[in-house]
Unconditional design. Structure first.
Length: 444
């Protein structure tokens, strides 16, 4: 009797602490829905924020390239002192003999202002023509990352939520088994049953408590994974909230219209890359075009043999002109560059074919998994309802002395298994639904 009372007291304490922990979490932690988890991830996930910053980096790269269309103004400051003046040979006016004569002044200072304006340049023209596509590629890369993030957070959320539901099943099962253990002990003490029922009840209760402890530890790990997926670094605990009935209404996805490659961000990215590769081919074909630029210079020069008098007088000069540069022969370099660009563009046709095959395979696999999981979900949902009805009837019959305690234990085990299988099936169908939506390009 003392052992029995200790076990019952320990069980009551365990259940009380489990209930208290759940209530404490609901009070001291942040409760988040799926939409809130996703929105938090889009604001705080480090890798996503890096991908978001890549758009700004790309924008600055584009503006850097386009800035070559604007005038380029330069300033140079040159100050020099001759320790020995340069010497040149000049013919003597009388004899004609060339004699060395020092020329120049010892101190010079030149302030040079230069301006250059590109009129036509194939590098700058390439930057202008591809600026829109380069920006589009950066945004599409962000969208691709965002889709991956939404899928990962959604699956982690469903896993945490339904693990919590499995814990609720095991808590309820433990409570039922505790009541059964108490009844079995009472019947044994009254001489209505032998120790077998009592021992079976103890075994079932221990198994249920072990399963509950395992699920609770698993839930902690899954919360850590969800927080990592969200980029949640706040020390405050979080909990997920969700209505099982609402999740049941979300399991259906319309697959009647099939795959549209244009909806897939990977296909859109490849199309943009194809445009950029086409522009690259044109760039090499423009290799024979000249470069034209205008320039202007203004130089302010100061000269004197005495440094103290260097700035007493200035000798300015200025000029402007036009530079016209034409590549005549580059050692067949341009021919090979054009040929390579053509081959790279043609190679992309195989990239499109490979991507289409990959999308078809992904969709077929996701759809097969979804249909299988959906059918399994409906079957296990019926099994859960049937197991609940069977347990209620057998428990009532046991209390009236019609059924044996073994049948009660079996019914309890069947009910727990059916409930756990049901939540497992619900998670599987929701997870596979996300895969189907991604394969169809419905997640944007």
């Amino acid at each position: 009797m003392n052992i029995m009372r200790k076990e019952m007291a320990l069980l009551c304490i365990t259940l009380f602490l489990s209930t208290f922990t759940i209530k404490a979490q609901s009070i001291d932690s942040t409760a988040l829905s799926l939409e809130q988890c996703i929105q938090y991830a889009l604001k705080h996930q480090p890798l996503y924020q890096q991908a978001n910053m890549d758009i700004d980096i790309t924008e600055e790269q584009v503006k850097t390239a386009l800035s070559d269309w604007l005038p380029q103004v330069n300033f140079n400051f040159n100050l020099q002192h001759y320790t020995q003046l340069p010497v040149s040979l000049f013919p003597d006016a009388n004899t004609g003999e060339k004699k060395p004569i020092s020329i120049g002044v010892r101190n010079t200072n030149t302030l040079a202002f230069g301006l250059n304006q590109n009129i036509f340049n194939r590098d700058v023209m390439m930057a202008s023509r591809t600026a829109t596509d380069v920006r589009t590629r950066a945004k599409q890369s962000l969208t691709d990352f965002k889709i991956d993030l939404v899928v990962r957070v959604s699956k982690a959320y469903y896993d945490v939520l339904l693990t919590g539901k499995r814990i609720e099943v095991l808590v309820a099962d433990t409570q039922r088994l505790a009541r059964s253990l108490k009844d079995a002990r009472s019947q044994y003490n009254a001489g209505m049953a032998d120790k077998t029922d009592y021992k079976r009840a103890t075994i079932s209760l221990n198994n249920s408590k072990a399963a509950l402890a395992a699920e609770q530890q698993s839930l902690k790990a899954k919360y850590v994974f969800l927080k990592e997926a969200m980029g949640y670094d706040d020390p405050e605990k979080i909990t997920v909230i969700g209505d099982t009935l609402q999740l049941q209404r979300q399991i259906i996805v319309d697959t009647s219209f099939g795959v549209n490659y244009e909806n897939r961000i990977e296909y859109q990215l490849l199309k943009t890359q194809q445009k950029l590769q086409t522009a690259n081919l044109k760039y090499y074909k423009w290799g024979f075009l000249p470069s034209v630029s205008a320039f202007g210079n203004y130089n302010l020069m100061f000269q004197n043999d005495e440094f103290a008098k260097l700035y007493n007088a200035s000798y300015p000069n200025s000029l402007f002109g036009l530079t016209f540069s034409v590549p005549i022969f580059q050692g067949t370099k341009r021919v090979h560059q054009v040929r390579r660009a053509e081959l790279e563009l043609k190679r992309m046709d195989w990239d499109f074919l490979q991507l289409k095959n990959s999308i078809n395979t992904e969709y077929s696999s996701a759809l097969a998994s979804y249909n299988s999981n959906l059918n399994n979900y409906y079957v296990l949902k019926d099994n859960r309802d049937l197991a609940n009805d069977v347990y209620n009837v057998i428990e009532l019959q046991y209390k009236e002395g019609i059924k044996t305690y073994l049948e009660v234990i079996v019914a309890q085990s069947d009910l727990r298994t059916a409930q756990l299988n049901y939540y497992n099936a619900l998670f599987e169908v929701l997870s596979s639904k996300v895969d189907v939506e991604r394969a169809l390009g419905l997640i944007q």
